[in-house]
Write a protein that binds this ligand. Sequence first.
Ligand SMILES: [Zn+2]
Length: 306
Amino acid sequence: MPFLDLPPWILTLFLAPFGLVIGSFCNVLIHRLPQEDPAERNIVTKASHCPACQAKIKPWHNVPLFGWLWLRGKCAACGWRIPFRYPLVELLGGVILGGAHWILPFGTLIWLKGVLCAFALLVLFFTDFTEFILPDVLQFPLMVLGVLFTLPQVFLADHSGVVMGPHGLTDLLSVSLWHNGLQPAPAWHAFGEALTWQSSLLGLILGYGGPALLNVTYKAIRKTDGLGMGDFKMLAWLGAFWGWGPMLGILFLGAALGVAVGLPLMLIRRSGAQTMLPFGCFLALATPVVVFFGKALWLGYLGWVG
Ligand SMILES: [Zn+2]
């Protein structure tokens, strides 16, 4: 199996172009999912078109990243300036798929989960940033998916297999679907125990319940809506993906980021508490920090307190 010996950067060269294409599809989702007209929400059969002049986009102009560079950021038909968001999302798609196996072992469930979560956050960050919308059509399936990811451990008690190592039969590697990979990740070290279904389910429930309590308090004090319902759903699926502990960490860090950005904005605009903030964006930014460094941050905090 020479595949096992592939250096990570070869895998990156192979996977990154697919990531650019998925990034391009993310742009379609970001543009169409928040639309009010159901016909405009069609993401399957409707051909790519310029949002300004409705002209169909020629296939060679639709090549991720290069199409935008070729057109120098303008629609070929009407000259509409294509927002920088389009090539940025495509590039980030390439970075996600081309880079994930540097952190999470390639081909494992944790890799798939990380990649799916990253693409979901990419789409939700921009639908919230541009339209203040976190589409249900993405968030409900993500809640189910998060819990489903914990099931292999329930039904496959010994969820490991044996893969032949690079030196033949004498070099058998024990491979866990969850923890080890077909390809060792250079930056990867133990993530600790795999997430249990109990923690996933509790994360899902608390994701709704925790902020709901906060919101009741906030409404009572400010007499306005605090967080939007979309934010609750986002916390719920993040809780299902990463467990109730990290979900609370994401809520805490996301809120702290929101205050850090929101307070200066309120002062500059003098709009007071009426300033609308896309809270989903802050949750999206907080997620990778908590997933990768949450444990270290938490232990550091406990050490500092005690
Ligand atoms: Zn156009």
